[in-house]
Design a protein around this ligand. Structure first.
Ligand code: PBG
Length: 366
């Protein structure tokens, strides 16, 4: 090959880039033969590293950011007083009695976090086949809502609406025949649960059960009692995932028989996620969710591109616990890894992120 063939024309440049080691080596001291006047320029005219020279330059061209107001902190509330007990499977997360949840919420609000999402538990021995504790007006969740309202006025309070922490079999609905979960018999129970939360003052209810028609049933029940202002954040594309393991430890909600694949989505599907979102929006969901987040970034992106409603991603317990465990062994830098995860979830298209790092991460950004 003649020396001139190495001149920086678009084609020669392309060859040099992908061909790598083929042909004659390009002399590093040789100046580019052609001026930079062609379109579709390549190295050495183009040098992406110019925009990575320092943090001010990188910050100027950064495409994605997240801030505390876009983070949602889950809180695990339990009956009682003065309880703040660390959850073994989720270091840094606590079982909180309603009074302590109030204190925690105050600190969370002060940190600038956007919202809290409450998960409840019944009294010890309070589980039954239909999950009555889920809609008890004096349950830990309604009481925590009242405490949080008082301690952190203005903080958005969301509640998880599901039966699994309250049923003695650990399923998200009531069993029907043949060990199946009875969809239609579960709907009124979910609606009652959402109503109990709304009456206690929740701003947003978030059904996570994956029964068909639950969003519509909840919307009808809420509107029927005048709670037209209470929003529904639907766990629309919720997958049957092994990443929920640490959470089920925390909530003591592992199914006693079978698994959740009869109602939660198959991890292999993405078109079906769009269908689920479409149906939930048709029933009145205000926000839709993809869960888990990290192994489902493509689903977040697909939902974001198709629909014009807020898309929430749930950075679930397994995603949190894996990083915690590795960091404890000194195998990764928790803050750096978690920050990268949150950036990736936003980059995929999530508007807000439910994450166990919410409170802590709010201190990582200025
Ligand atoms: C209840 C519910 C679950 C999670 C949120 N709501 C568990 C499940 O469906 O098994 C998982 C949250 C997490 O893993 O962080 N249905």
């Amino acid at each position: 090959m003649a020396e001139g063939a190495c001149a920086v024309s678009g084609l020669a440049g392309r060859g040099a880039m992908d061909g790598g080691m083929e042909g004659e080596p390009h002399s590093p001291v040789q100046a580019p033969a052609a001026p930079a006047r062609h379109e579709g320029a390549f190295f050495p005219v183009v040098r992406p590293r110019r925009l990575r020279t320092g943090e001010p330059m990188r910050a100027l061209v950064r495409e994605t950011a997240w801030s505390a107001r876009q983070l949602i902190q889950p809180l695990f509330v339990v009956p009682g007083r003065g309880i703040r007990q660390e959850i073994a499977s989720m270091p840094g997360q606590f079982h909180l009695s309603p009074d302590r949840a109030g204190q925690e919420a105050k600190a969370i609000q002060a940190a600038g976090v956007g919202a809290v999402l409450l998960f409840g538990q019944p009294e010890a021995g309070g589980k039954d086949p239909v999950g009555r504790g889920a809609w008890a007006p004096d349950g830990a969740v309604p009481e925590a809502i009242a405490e949080i309202r008082a301690a952190a006025p203005g903080l958005i309070v969301m509640t998880d609406v599901c039966l699994c922490a309250y049923t003695d079999h650990g399923h998200c609905g009531v069993p029907g025949h043949a060990g199946d979960i009875d969809n239609d018999a579960t709907l009124p129970l979910l609606a009652r649960t959402a109503l109990a939360h709304a009456r206690a003052g929740a701003d947003v209810v978030a059904p996570s059960d994956m029964m068909d028609g639950r969003v519509g049933a909840i919307r009808t029940a809420l509107d029927g009692e005048g709670f037209t202002r209470v929003a529904i954040m639907a766990y629309s594309a919720k997958y049957a995932s092994a990443f929920y393991g640490p959470f089920r430890e925390a909530e003591d909600s592992t199914p006693a028989f079978g698994d959740r694949r009869g109602y939660q989505m198959d991890p292999a599907n993405v078109r079906e996620a769009l269908r689920e979102v479409e149906l939930d929006l048709g029933e009145g969901a205000d926000m839709v969710m993809v869960k888990p987040a990290l192994a489902y970034l493509d689903v977040i992106r697909a939902v974001r591109e198709r629909f014009d409603v807020p898309v929430i991603a749930y950075n679930v317990s397994g995603e949190y616990a894996m990083v915690k465990a590795a960091a404890e062994r000194g195998w990764c830098d928790e803050r750096a890894v978690a920050g990268e995860m949150l950036t990736a979830i936003r980059r995929a298209g999530a508007d807000a992120i439910i994450t166990y790092w919410a409170r802590e991460a709010s201190g990582w950004v200025s």
